[in-house]
Write a protein that binds this ligand. Sequence first.
Ligand SMILES: Nc1ncnc2c1ncn2[C@@H]1O[C@H](COP(=O)(O)OP(=O)(O)OP(=O)(O)O)[C@@H](O)[C@H]1O
Ligand SMILES: [Mg+2]
Length: 255
Amino acid sequence: MPKKTSLQIKNLRVAIGKTKILNGVSLQVNSGEVHIIMGQNGSGKSTLLSVLMGHPKYEVTGGSVTINKKNLLKMSVPERAQAGIFLGFQHPQTVSGVTFGNFLRLARNSVAVAHNAKAMPIGPAPFAVLMRAEMEKLKMDSSFISRFINEGFSGGEKKKSEILQMALLEPAIAFLDEIDSGLDIDALKIVATELVEIQKKQGMALVIVSHNPKILDFINPDKIHIMSKGKIVAEGGKEIVHQIEQGGYDALIKE
Ligand SMILES: Nc1ncnc2c1ncn2[C@@H]1O[C@H](COP(=O)(O)OP(=O)(O)OP(=O)(O)O)[C@@H](O)[C@H]1O
Ligand SMILES: [Mg+2]
C-alpha cells in the first residue's frame, strides 16, 4: 500500500434515477486518521460509502473524489481496491461455493501484485497461518477458513469477518458501515479493540459509520461527522454525540 494516502471528496452529488440522495458531501480523509459518520436512517451514509467503492447503481451528478490527487470516480472497483480502498458492508453478501480462505488469499495476492508485479503470491498453507493468527485475536473459530463466504454466518460473525478481511488486505483507507451493529457487548469490545490496533499498526485511515455512541468508549476519533438528508450538517468531537443523545438529531440539524 502507498504509505501516505489522502482522499478528498468535494461537493459530491449522487442520484438514483430522479431521486437525489447525496446533495453535496465534502470530506477529507488522510492516512492515520479516524473518522466517525453518524446520522439518521436514510441520510445517505451507506450511499456515500457505496459510491466511493464504485457501486454501479448510483449516478454521480456533481462534485469530485480524488485519491492521492487521482480521479477515484474514473477507476473500476478492482482499481479502487488496488488503490487501497476497502469497504466493510452494512449487509455483507453470501457467496456460496467460494471459501472464505480462498477468497481472502486471492484478494490479498491480487492487491499485492497490483503494487509490485514481482510480488510472490502467498500459498494456501502460509496464508492459513496468517489468517488463523488474526482470527484468534477476533475470537473466530478457524473452521470459518473453509466455510463459504458468509453462508450461515450469524450477524456478529459476518461483522467479524469484515474486520478479518480488512486486517489481511491491509488497505490504506477502510470504510466500515455499521461494523458494530449486531455485536454483543463482548464482541463489540473485541472488534473495536482490534480495529484500533490494526489501524495504529498499519497507519491506515478508518471511516466508521455507526449509530452506537458506545463505540466511543473504545475508539477515539479525530472527527465526528453528522449526516442529514444527503449532506454533512455538523462536525466536531465527542461533545457532538452527547448533544445528539440529549436532544436527538433535531438538536443539531439547524436547517
Ligand atoms: N434504488 C433506490 N431508489 C430510491 N431511493 C433509494 C434507492 N436506494 C436507496 N435509496 C434511498 O437513499 C436514501 C439513503 O439510503 P442509505 O442506505 O444511504 O441511508 P443510511 O444513511 O445508510 O441509512 P441507515 O442508517 O438506515 O443505514 C434512503 O432514503 C433510501 O431509501
Ligand atoms: Mg446504512
